[in-house]
Write a protein that binds this ligand. Structure first.
Ligand SMILES: c1cc(-c2cnc[nH]2)ccn1
Length: 244
């Protein structure tokens, strides 16, 4: 997968993407990330990329032309077509199913705004879709872009090894919250490891983990249960008393 990033701080995202699974994916040629800085396309002595908002108010707005030139340069750098995704609080909330859809694309173009945002005419004229990673305001879209890159990189063929893929299970496999995890020591002042996990009975361990995921999801994110497609035994678990 090729990812082109239009940002005033492309190195910020490249740094975030340089560690762990995503860093390894780049080293192995499974993922490439290219940065395009609108300031490199800004004109005038000060290479201006932002200006005051019409209508007054605080902050600055990113100007159309430097962004548009950077977007065009990014598109021209590779023949593969790509939709332009603008990371903004006004976007569609990012979910694992959206991540799966993005991960299937050959190429992503990610636009990161700064300041109060981007001139709406650029959004209307160039942006294909807007994505939000949550209902809060960041200093810019770069952290959101790093989240998208990490999530889609993990789904590229060959990126996750067996150890890594375990961490993919919860949302990826069934849309539920993950079950609790334990490791050595068995006994600790903070408590012991649940007996079933020491039993070696893999069927019982799998049932226990699934039940814990369901109970934890019901407790913390009941909104996720509707889409989980529960079987009859799982419904019984949820209908039973909490300590059954
Ligand atoms: C995506 C982008 C943003 C954001 C971009 N610029 C300020 N906040 C917030 C949430 N999700």
């Amino acid at each position: 997968m090729r990812i082109d990033l239009i940002s005033l701080f492309p190195e910020f995202v490249a740094q975030c993407a340089g560690f762990g699974v995503v860093g390894r994916a780049q080293e192995r040629g499974l993922l490439s990330i290219h940065g395009w800085n609108p300031r490199d396309y800004a004109e005038g002595n000060y290479r201006r990329v932002d200006d005051r908002p019409f209508g007054g108010g605080p902050g600055m707005v990113m100007m159309i032309d430097p962004l548009r030139a950077a977007i065009r340069a990014a598109r021209a750098a590779d023949p593969a077509p790509a939709r332009l995704i603008y990371l903004s609080p006004q976007g569609r909330p990012l979910t694992q199913s959206i991540v799966r859809e993005l991960a299937g694309r050959e190429r992503l173009l990610l636009l990161c705004g700064r300041y109060e945002g981007v001139d709406e005419r650029l959004v209307a004229g160039e942006v294909d879709e807007e994505l939000s990673i949550g209902d809060y305001v960041l200093s810019g879209g770069e952290l959101a872009a790093a989240v998208v890159i990490d999530a889609v990189a993990r789904l590229q063929d060959g990126v996750l090894n067996d150890a890594d893929s375990a961490a993919q299970d919860s949302f990826e496999a069934d849309g539920l919250l993950d079950c609790p995890h334990y490791t050595r020591p068995v006994e600790h002042a903070l408590g012991a490891v649940p007996e079933v996990l020491l039993s070696g009975n893999h069927a019982e361990i799998a049932r226990w983990r699934r039940r814990q995921s369901l109970l934890r999801t019901r407790e913390r994110r009941p909104d996720l249960l509707a889409a989980a497609g529960l079987g009859p035994e799982e419904r019984r678990w949820l209908d039973a008393q909490p300590d059954d």
